[in-house]
Design a binder for this molecule. Structure first.
Ligand code: GLN
Length: 200
């Protein structure tokens, strides 16, 4: 039974806990370095990326999370979480930083006006049926570097889900639309990473 954490500094923590628990995972709220050391994978929720970044630095979590990413810990970021996993933010506010790990550039709040928030169905690489995706003041990936792989795009060509090794990011929120396959994929990465640890 995989033991995973949800970064619980700000954002839609509870929705992720619900989905992960429903899939049979043991879920811990992660606020401190010790909490992170006790889990095999981490979800970075939606919320406000600049606030989560600020709190992560205040709680001494930035470096531990960066080290965990470098060590191969599986992580899944939704929306603000995707921004936090991006190597580059096109339009940071307030000197915001990311943890990095995904070789992508993101633009925050990339959908303006009427389309600030919207829902749509998307075909995703590796899934046999489309995903119902909710976008809420969402970012989009404006550049996918060589290391990262786009998993889906909107009809206008905007990349909105990426994977790089054990890191997954979506600009949308599966945790609010009853979609569980990204969390299942994340948990399978956690199980595989755990097996590797046992082997080495
Ligand atoms: N606009 C938020 C940000 O830039 C993300 C919104 C969300 O997570 N739903 O961090």
């Amino acid at each position: 039974r995989p033991r995973v954490g949800v970064l619980a500094l700000q954002g839609d923590v509870r929705e992720h806990v619900r989905v992960l628990s429903g899939l049979g995972a043991e879920v811990a709220l992660v606020r401190r370095p010790d909490d992170l050391a006790a889990v095999g994978g981490l979800v970075l929720p939606g919320g406000e990326s600049s606030v989560i970044d600020k709190l992560a630095r205040a709680f001494g979590m930035q470096e531990p999370i960066r080290r965990a990413i470098a060590a191969g810990m599986p992580m899944y970021g939704t929306c603000a979480g995707l921004i936090l996993l991006a190597d580059r933010i096109e339009n940071p506010i307030d000197g915001q930083e990311s943890f990095g790990g995904l070789d992508v550039t993101v633009r925050r709040n990339a959908f303006g006006g009427q389309s600030l928030s919207f829902e749509t169905d998307l075909a995703v690489e590796g899934f046999d049926a489309p995903v119902h995706a909710a976008f809420i003041r969402a970012p989009r990936v404006t550049e996918v570097g060589e290391q990262a792989r786009p998993l889906t795009a909107l009809p206008d060509g905007s990349t909105v889900a990426v994977r790089q090794g054990n890191l997954l990011g979506t600009a949308f929120h599966p945790e609010v639309s009853g979609e569980t396959r990204f969390h299942e994929l994340f948990l399978s990465l956690v199980r595989e990473a755990g097996d590797d640890t046992l082997r080495s």
